[in-house]
Design a protein around this ligand. Sequence first.
Ligand code: FES
Ligand code: FES
Length: 183
Amino acid sequence: MKHAITLGVNGQPYELEIEPNRLLLQVLREEIGLTGTKEGCAIGVCGACSVIVEGRLVSSCLTLAVACQGKEITTIEGLAKDGVLHPLQQAFIEYGGFQCGACTPGQIMAAKALLDENPKPSEEEVKEWMSGNLCRCTGYYKILESVMAVVNNKITAEFQFRKRDQQARIQSLDVYKSVARTD
Ligand code: FES
Ligand code: FES
């Protein structure tokens, strides 16, 4: 039998009819359509599915959606405001804190939960806190560097725009045109 629940997600209320065994991860992705939260291990080990519920970091793959009745949930989609990236999002871009990106929403949500509680953690505290978020690509140093860049206020305001300009310049050189010509 389905249950009627209300979830607040990124400041917006959602009224849903869901099976009692539906996980928060499934409801966010499949019912609400917020696919930024990723499924990795599905057993509470990798941290890819991390979201913030009422200020607490949780693994959405281990959380029943019905248990979140009436609660406020923040996902990666709720971080940018009015087209401006959250400092952590910007830092991950600027400091190369991701490669494939599968773990990145979870990494950023975990870091956000830490910085909300303690805006000036030491490198050791960041390492300890983030140890529940696995990454198969980056070797972790870049992730740590990204988080510490926010802690130490070392992100560059215009960084994204410089990158876009650079991309536009590369495209204007037409390097993507095929070089194998037969005529
Ligand atoms: S998918 Fe939830 S912890 Fe891995
Ligand atoms: S960036 Fe690929 S798993 Fe972390």
